[in-house]
Design a protein around this ligand. Sequence first.
Ligand SMILES: O=P(O)(O)OC[C@H]1O[C@@H](O)[C@H](O)[C@@H](O)[C@@H]1O
Length: 256
Amino acid sequence: MESLTAALTWENYDAVLFDLDGVLTATAKLHAVCWKQMFDEYLQQKSRERGEAFQPFDSDLDYRLYVDGKLRYEGVRSFLESRGIELPPGDPGDSPQVETICGLGNRKDKLVNELLAAGNVGVFEGSVSLVHHLRGQGIRTAVVSASKNCEAVLRAAGIADLFELWVDGKVAESLGLPGKPDPATFLKAAELLGVEPLRAVVVEDAISGVQAASRGGFALVIGIDRHGDAQALKENGADLVVRDLAELLPGKAGRT
Ligand SMILES: O=P(O)(O)OC[C@H]1O[C@@H](O)[C@H](O)[C@@H](O)[C@@H]1O
């Protein structure tokens, strides 16, 4: 890992595609908290109905395995499947009260919006510094996020102007693109920038995200391990893993 980090030369690339939650902004935790609140309330109701013990949502493991990086309703479906619960898909317009995949997803989104409105959006300074550095070198930057709240988060964090474009959950829905771990959203961002995947780098913290980037044939997949996930990120497609993107700035890890 260290030698690859030290050998990284940004001039070899034309663009860097950044995931949002957990990579640029400290909003992965915000999502995890909302998923847990929504799923725990739902699982408690289910356990009462079924007369079974309540097994809460694990905001580390369940989040990482089933919802991190995925489109909202895919996250609901994937986690419920892990608990043997099948629900009708419903419709994105479903009210949060409705017991469908979309209804539950919208329940969680209501919580996300309450936290966003309360101003809970912090940035990772190391990430922002790296984006500034890349742009100073003429390297193109874009965001690829599953979140339909992507633009709101970028604006709340004050970093929207640092990116030429974003391919987010809204774009994926309007173009009918499958979410991560499918590479389609990353490939769309590269296409919109006019950059070959082989000249582009992807930065991701989610297992589904490094899988997507690896399947997309990108030049380099950088994993961010903020919680001791390094091995899982490598096994799923990361070429190198760092704890913070500040490690990739000139002068760090022996680079110039
Ligand atoms: O519900 P949203 O805001 O469209 O976000 C979808 C997903 O976006 C991803 O970036 C997050 O990792 C997930 O936790 C989240 O569920």
